[in-house]
Ligand binder design. Structure first.
Ligand SMILES: Cc1ncc(C[n+]2csc(CCOP(=O)(O)OP(=O)(O)O)c2C)c(N)n1
Ligand SMILES: [Mg+2]
Length: 663
């Protein structure tokens, strides 16, 4: 079903030229930015929006809207121009005139949450494309649950040469092909230009064959022939069991007569003379930042069409037998139900005091979580049995059956993190996914975007130190915790036992604007929290686990598997009459967010010893001046875990000795 609003070619030409003019004028005014991609893809985007897109700018979060992702995020002016022309109420002309300026929504690259109609932050090439795969997966999964009546939309992507060169695209292409994501349509801006010049200088890839090899439906068209682009999109929409790639041969900077086709238009203002020449070449005689009413009218027809479709959809939703379930999935997780379930579970744990690895504790907590929340989506990058991310009753999501809730991401950490971004951005799901903590670095690009966008994705990172033992230093994170603690708006939880692990899950699930990373042990750890409290102590970031009577001589601060060591050290010190309090610090970010009075009470004014089987960097705020740190200063080694702790001097004796030196 093609929905054509203005198929008269001259109208569509004007609609596309409006994008081009706004892009070149805004970049010129900002004296920075990228005119080439928006000018080159204006025809593709105009055809897509004018003839196909199902969106309503007055209801930008409408669940069944089509998603549009400008993966070539440097072409941000394409998005801003379109959203302005469509009439989004937060994208007035003053936003376009102040492209890239402080306090405006029109940031250098499109940023999720800055303006309506931006589905995902793009700019780091390949991320938008890969997140779009997650959106298209979410669409099929949601469709399997709720049917065509409620969920039947497409995810459209414009991706550049750069997006397809980035490694993460390989992971996403393979995943999308394997899962037969039929409602994903990628338009490749095949302009044969990147920053360094012709793509000839760095690639010989036959992209069509590459996508075909991964199971995609592939077409090639002239990206400036609007009817050809429309016919290709039409054909792509009919292929329901494969994702589609349309190679659109385009000219970068189309319309700038002397500069188009060259890398000179990629990322620099065209200059006044070339802009004047482009106005002539495009037959666009209007002043800068001026769009004739009839062109606005043409674009607004797209919005009006979407609005009608949205109202029909809302009628279908009202009174639909699955309305409540659908709306529950779209909303934040039910914190009351979660609190009740976790508290009952914590009480049992404190009584039973099992000795299990925190990765196992995570699976035990997930049994409760997945039994309580209907829309968690688990997964692992091929380490399900190690990460323990699958719980009883979870079903694999497959190309043949999307009704499951467990995703086999394959050995694709970066793809997994990017796809999880897409799942959460689409709405309807709470994604979590696992790998070894060491390989979080493979996923860093997508994790950073989750933190920047402020979306709830939960990373289940197991085997979190030398405590993993024999696999050796390639697998033993040393600097990883510090590097993720350095990332703004990512909360790193390193729980010490089963109870803290349950609390970490509870805290992570209850934050809707912050992704969380759970750092979990391979080795077994005793239950330290044997006195039950409903209070989520882990959500406080750090707390006194073992206090002393009277004044402290020293405070031992530890995280995760090293809290047990700190407790043992405190006992050794007690035997010598030294009063050592033990602070468990499962989440530095949460602790930093506590009132100063609370932090001062926890940390006390006695000397402090920090203990963590990782580098010291990042511990300063907890340690203060009169302090010591027992941890790692080098890579690990391959040996049984207990021998490694001895070898690297992370033992109760070493902690006690460090404490005695300070007092
Ligand atoms: C991960 C990443 N690496 C590098 C860059 C810097 N960069 C921005 S655009 C670009 C070239 C992109 O070429 P292409 O996608 O073909 O865009 P076009 O020049 O055709 O607009 C590069 C290297 C980036 N934004 N993201
Ligand atoms: Mg290019």
């Amino acid at each position: 079903m093609t929905v054509q609003s203005n198929i008269d070619t001259s109208t569509e030409d004007q609609m596309a030229n409006a994008i081009r003019a706004l892009a070149m004028d805004a970049v010129q005014a900002a004296n920075s930015g990228h005119p080439g991609a928006p000018m080159g893809t204006a025809d593709i985007a105009t055809v897509l929006f004018n003839r196909f897109m199902k969106i309503d700018p007055t209801a930008d979060k409408w669940a069944d809207r089509d998603r549009f992702v400008m993966s070539a995020g440097h072409g941000s002016m394409l998005v801003y121009a379109i959203n302005h022309l469509l009439g989004y109420d937060d994208m007035g002309m003053e936003q376009i005139k102040n492209f890239r300026q402080m306090g405006y929504r029109t940031a250098g690259h499109p940023e999720y949450g800055h303006a309506k109609g931006i589905e995902v932050t793009t700019g780091p090439l390949g991320q938008g494309f890969s997140a779009a795969v997650g959106m298209a997966l979410a669409e099929r999964m949601s469709n399997a649950r709720y049917g065509d009546d409620l969920v039947d939309h497409y995810t459209y992507v414009i991706a550049g040469d750069g997006c397809l060169m980035e490694g993460v695209s390989h992971e996403a292409i393979d995943f999308a092909g394997h899962h037969g994501l039929g409602h994903l349509i990628v338009m490749w801006d095949d302009n044969q230009i990147t920053i360094d010049g012709s793509t000839d200088v760095s690639t010989s890839m036959n992209q069509q064959m590459r996508f075909e090899a991964a199971g995609w439906h592939v077409q090639s068209v002239d990206g400036h022939d609007k009817d050809a682009v429309a016919a290709a999109i039409e054909a792509a929409r009919k292929v329901t069991d494969k994702p589609s790639m349309i190679a659109c041969r385009t000219i970068i900077g189309f319309g700038a007569p002397n500069k188009q086709g060259s890398h000179d238009v990629h990322g620099a203002p065209l200059g006044d003379a070339e802009i004047a020449a482009a106005r002539v070449a495009l037959d666009w005689p209007h002043d800068p930042f001026t769009v004739p009413q009839e062109v606005y009218d043409a674009w607004r027809k797209v919005s009006a069409r979407g609005r009608e479709t949205r109202l029909e959809w809302e009628k279908r939703l009202g009174g639909h037998p699955k309305q409540d379930a659908f709306e529950t999935d779209q909303a934040n997780p039910d914190a009351r139900a979660l609190d009740a379930a976790i508290n009952a579970y914590k009480a049992r744990l404190s009584a039973d005091a099992p000795k299990v690895a925190t990765r196992k504790a995570s699976q035990m907590a997930l049994e409760i979580v997945n039994g309580t929340l209907p829309n968690t989506v688990g997964g692992s990058a091929d380490l399900t049995g190690s990460n323990l991310t699958k719980t009883g009753g979870m079903k694999d999501v497959t190309a043949a059956d999307f009704s499951g809730n467990y995703v086999r991401y394959g050995v694709r950490e970066h793809g997994m993190a990017a796809i999880m971004n897409g799942l959460v951005l689409h709405g309807g799901f709470v994604p979590y996914g696992g790998t070894f903590l060491m390989f979080a670095d493979y996923a860093r690009g997508a994790i950073r975007l989750a933190a920047l966008m402020g979306v709830r994705v939960i990373y289940v990172m197991t085997h979190d130190s030398i405590g993993l033992g024999e696999d050796g230093p390639t697998h033993q994170p040393v600097e990883v915790l510090a590097s993720y603690r350095a990332m703004p708006n990512l909360w790193v939880f390193r729980p010490a036992d089963v109870v803290e692990t349950a609390e970490a899950w509870q805290a992570a699930l209850e934050m809707d604007r912050t992704p969380s990373m759970l750092s979990l042990s391979r080795q077994n750890l005793p239950t330290l929290r044997t006195n039950h409290t409903d209070t989520n102590m882990t959500a406080k970031g750090a707390y006194v686990l073992r206090d002393v009577s009277g004044a402290r001589d020293v405070t031992l601060i530890a995280t995760g598997s090293e809290v047990e060591i700190a407790v043992n050290a405190a006992e050794k010190l007690a035997a010598e009459g030294i009063k050592a309090a033990v602070v468990s610090a499962p989440c530095f970010e949460a602790f930093a967010a506590q009132p100063k009075a609370y932090r001062d009470t926890v940390l006390g004014d006695a000397p402090r010893v920090g203990v963590e089987a990782a580098v010291q960097q990042g511990w300063d705020a907890l340690l203060g001046c009169n302090s010591a740190f027992v941890g790692m200063t080098s890579f690990g080694a391959s040996a049984p875990a207990d021998q490694l702790y001895e070898h690297f001097g992370i033992t109760a004796d070493a902690v006690a000795a460090a404490a005695k030196k300070l007092i």
